[in-house]
Design a protein around this ligand. Sequence first.
Ligand code: SF4
Length: 331
Amino acid sequence: MSHGNLAIFVPHMGCPQQCSFCDQRRISGTEKPPTPQEVEELCGAAAPVMARRGTQGEIAFFGGSFTAIPRPYMEALLKAAAPFVEEGSFSGIRISTRPDAIDQDILRLLRRYHVTWIELGAQSMNERVLEQNRRGHTAAQVGEASARIKGEGFALGLQMMTGLYGASPDTDRETMEALVALHPDAVRVYPTLVVEGTYLAQLYRRGQYQPQTLEEAVSLGAELLEGFGEAGIPVIRMGLHADPELEKALVAGPYHPAFRELCEGAVLYNRIARLLAGKSQGCYMVFVSPKAVSKLKGHGALGLKKLRADGYEISVKQDPVLDGLEVRIGE
Ligand code: SF4
């Protein structure tokens, strides 16, 4: 059975602060919070379509602060969605929220309404970086909330951002290690973008903040993909979805609609370079999985060009036995 979630956006209402990278007014101005009635209609419309397609999925309330919205409204949304899980049309409910908006009471309530997956916006595990980016929570709170979520038997997702104000590749690597230590079931990684109307945009214009270049973000993203992969933690998202509204509001930063592909291409390049290290320059056949060919050859084939500049002429071949980003050098 294939998998597909029904995504319902719940914009945050009444954040106690404004994070450096977030233009809350743009988000809450353009997106109307769904009514419980609308949630019921959306679920009711999606259920038969999913059944026809043989798709199994969850109802996903996303927006980043689900448990920080007014409690009666939150409960009304869950109440509208829960019957569709009870009748078997969906396998559960996912929510995303802030680390400081999780406690035992909320977890009990979420369980009652069949929430199975909770995702936390951690963003960084460096206290200084969290403070400089006005997140309004600490790294310790990320740890406490994660432990509670796992302890109560929910699946845990964690999100991190690279290149935040005051961050460095080293603090981002430390964040990765700290998140790995919390044993999430999956993570999402987002490079920081400068969006109009944000504190970061002011800092950028004053010359006090320099976002990562696309190359820097891709190179670090590749490291994080490998690091999480080695720890057995799936990276279920890298970079924001392509969005014309976001593109309009973008001031600066490493935005690319195929950011993950670029990072995966960089992982392949790193792996090939490691396998070739110590070998004499010349022509080599490199085998990758059929799905990985476009990651190496697409988007300007930057990795292959770098290898050529180092004296390695690579011909890329498919090997259906290989999986994901596995690489083998041919004889
Ligand atoms: S990113 Fe920060 S300011 Fe924006 S909605 Fe989330 S918690 Fe609120």
